[in-house]
Design a binder for this molecule. Sequence first.
Ligand SMILES: *[C@@H]1O[C@H](CO)[C@@H](O)[C@H](O)[C@H]1NC(C)=O
Ligand SMILES: *[C@@H]1O[C@H](CO)[C@@H](O)[C@H](O)[C@H]1NC(C)=O
Length: 613
Amino acid sequence: TLIPLLDADTGLLQGDTVADCFEVSTSEPFLSQSHCLTEMSSRGVAMVPKLALDVMSCEVMRVLQLTDNYIVPISYQVPRKNSGHDFHADLYPDTAGVSPAMAAAEWWQGGNKQSTSSSPLSTPTSSAAASRSPSSTSGLSSGFLPSPSPGQAAKAFQTFLPTSKFRHIQGVVLHRDTHITNVRDLNLTTPGECDGFCANSQYAAVPLAIAGGQIAIFTRSQPGKLPDVALPTIQNSVNVADLCWDPFDTHRLAVGEDAKIRVWQVPKGGLKETLTDSELILQHTEKIYSIKFHPLASDLLVSSSYDLTVRLWNLEDGEQVQLLTGHRDQVFCMAWSPDGKQLVTVCKDGKIRVYDPRKSDAPEGPGPDGHRGARVVWVCEGKYLLVSGFNSSERALYLYSAASLSSGVVASVCVDVSPSTLIPFYDQDTGVVFLTGKGDTRVHIYEIVPEDPYFEECSSFKSPEPHKLQGLAFLPKSECNVREVEIAVALMLTKTTVEPVVFKMPRVKREFFQDDLYPDTPACWEPALSASAWLNNADGQHRKISMRPADMTPSEAPKEAPVRKYMPSTFYLEEKTDEQKKEELLEAMVAKLGNMDDPLPQESFEGVDDDEW
Ligand SMILES: *[C@@H]1O[C@H](CO)[C@@H](O)[C@H](O)[C@H]1NC(C)=O
Ligand SMILES: *[C@@H]1O[C@H](CO)[C@@H](O)[C@H](O)[C@H]1NC(C)=O
């Protein structure tokens, strides 16, 4: 039975080897939970009296855990800037005193007195103003033990559960019937700037490790085992540096290579015979790093190249229409802003630059350190730039303000240790970003929110063993099955297969359209304007369409999403790095669940809101 220990002053509630700590409040969400994993299992727990706490280190609660051989103190401290110097009065309302307020007989006769604060807590300095006074000195002078320092006897870890409503998102590989198998000769050593794989609603394109820069085109509507004989390919002649589909023409594939960009037209129904003639050739001077189509204007392509230039091409006539300079080293990645007005680049010279390609100025600001590669994507309706890069050996995500690059990193989070750059895909409808690197087995998922804490980790997707993801290519939103509450759909490339993976939300009442997950979505598969209009300074916007099928009714009484509290119990409790959280949570779950394979985190949680199912 969980043993509840409540500290009435802060509303913290402590409840085996996992100690759960809840913040209890009188308004939504009522309970905010955090896990505290302890080294040994408990035989009993007891709360230390409030007056014994080390107030100067902002300790708000201390629990003693009895194990087989030890008594282990577990301390809860609020991280505060001036802890140790100031008395933080806001954490310590007057607390109940230790002398009796009345005798038993008095209570029996209906007496109702409060035990008054004997106020040793505020002994050093007694008012709220104290927290502003840097001169307050000692902590409790009454001879109580100082709180255990982190890492001391108590190896108490605190793990915070994500609060994103997408935290229980599930990645599911669709049925074998939808897979393309017996894929062979993939080129798995594509350059770091290239995603190595690209897909649209009809086709997937992958460079092959066969002489002549050949590219395989898989047709999504024709799953099954590929024949053992060589398949028709696109013969690009030269090794592929980067490739991408035209967002407005599912048959048009652009391929960057040595000093050219070739634009290919796949015949309707897929490749029946090998294609040797491209539709268009753009003549570059140097090898290409990467290419990107414009998100709103048709026939507009941008390329970055070894000559450190970024060039804009109008495919209506095959002409270069703009030349952007300023990079001093390799261009790792480029991304168009969602409004199509700006282009951001992240460069090996350690800078992020935001170009207005129709003008020439380019404000720049510091980017991630390191020479190992980076990606960039616009998030939060263009307000922020999400960069995936490296912090020494760790893969890390950084958030920058697009309008104020020079002010540096707004928020950052370390993901894990791995050599390949995380490739982000951002779903602007939900604010969820999916990240995976070439050769990884895991897809990391975060909800990005435009205010603290910015990154909210969701449960990650692990590809079924022993698959390594050679690539993950996300499809347009229109490919999501809303009846199954899918919020993103991707094709996963393994060494020998192409398999659809859906990311969906566990919901109970799936017969209703889950309107809270599906705002009207931009029709990004239709151009909003032409290249020449855009080049003449016109701007466009995608029309927005509803995802609701005609025969589905919106979920009954569409409830306001619970008001998100960005400072739940984490406000009161000390936080760990994401890496530690993951490890500890995993360890705890493995310990608890025995040898169950990769348990879903939600299975070990209680108190999940009904409307989140
Ligand atoms: C795969 O592509 C890369 C980059 O274009 C190229 O350098 C490499 O030679 C290719 N590998 C094979 C086996 O063709
Ligand atoms: C990078 O790592 C160091 C040490 O591991 C850490 O102190 C620092 O905060 C990290 N930087 C960012 C931006 O995450």
